[in-house]
Design a protein around this ligand. Structure first.
Ligand code: MG
Length: 281
């Protein structure tokens, strides 16, 4: 909502993979683009469905690529999953929740910070947890799927960080959290509640961070574009990630109708966003 107090503010909700970097490769010009937008009074919130890395690791990577950032600038699917568990704990009269976690250090850290008691699959004999929380996990294996599916069938809540089918790396893609979550869904016969973009938990956390005019910049219409649509704000699609004019297998195509802006990359988008910024005053 635009009010007198925030009319001169702007918020850039900026996806990471495919916008600032591809895997460990920086996307040329993106750090300078963020600096220009920050100088034009944009508050930048970095948003990612990556639940594997901790906030500290992601901020260190941003800073290494020339984009100074701190944890409060970041919103990940791990923090959204943790907020869901925190709400569950409140609903249970602050009873500490227990979660079986299939994921990386970022997911475990976010849950611990939210007061959740976390444990890994393969801890045989453990009581049925309040929830199974699953995200990107390169250690994922048959035994973990088996234990997660058993817990869900026994009544545990099933939370997925996100359902992105793939994850962009230099030269192609690897299976994303969605591919692993699908295995648990099939084995348990239950569909998960999803924390990350473009689902409600992340929409709500993002909405709380917006000040004044806001725009989502991302490379994936199915998540970043859908997030912008749920928030009722502009979407700027960049073609530096998984979306291309001529779609490739495993990638996405430019939606029809197209979003407000379609740019080669973040650097090419900057003049358009500065024009908006100037018009706000
Ligand atoms: Mg992306």
């Amino acid at each position: 909502m635009v009010t007198e107090s925030n009319i001169s503010k702007r918020t850039l909700i900026c996806d990471l993979d495919g916008v600032l970097w591809r895997g460990d490769e920086a996307i040329s010009g993106s750090a300078a683009a963020i600096a220009k937008l920050r100088a034009a009074k944009f508050k930048v919130i970095f948003i990612s469905n990556n639940s594997y890395s901790t906030s500290e690791t992601i901020c260190a990577k941003l800073t290494h690529f020339g984009v100074p950032a701190q944890s409060s600038d970041l919103l990940t699917s791990a923090s959204a999953a943790a907020a869901m568990m925190q709400n569950q704990s409140s609903a249970q009269g602050q009873k500490k929740c227990r979660a079986m976690v299939l994921g990386g250090p970022g997911l475990r850290q976010a849950l611990v910070d939210a007061g959740v008691d976390v444990f890994e699959p393969k801890k045989t004999g453990a009581a049925v947890p309040d929830a199974v929380v699953a995200g990107f996990d390169p250690e994922f294996d048959f035994a973990a799927v088996d234990e997660a599916a058993r817990a869900i069938r026994s009544g545990a809540r099933f939370i997925a960080t996100n359902r992105d089918p793939t994850y962009p790396v230099p030269g192609g893609v690897v299976p994303g959290a969605g591919a692993l979550v699908a295995a648990i869904a099939v084995a348990s016969g239950c569909e998960p509640e999803v924390a990350g973009k473009p689902e409600a938990p992340t929409v709500e956390l993002t909405r709380q961070r917006i000040e004044g005019y806001a725009v989502v910049v991302g490379d994936r219409p199915s998540t970043d574009g859908a997030l912008a649509e749920s928030l009722g704000i502009d979407f700027a699609l960049v073609l530096s990630g998984v979306t291309s004019a001529i779609p490739v297998l495993g990638g996405e195509s430019i939606p029809d109708p197209a979003p407000r802006w379609v740019s080669e990359d973040l650097a090419a988008l900057v003049p358009h966003l500065l024009e908006i910024s100037d018009s706000i005053g």
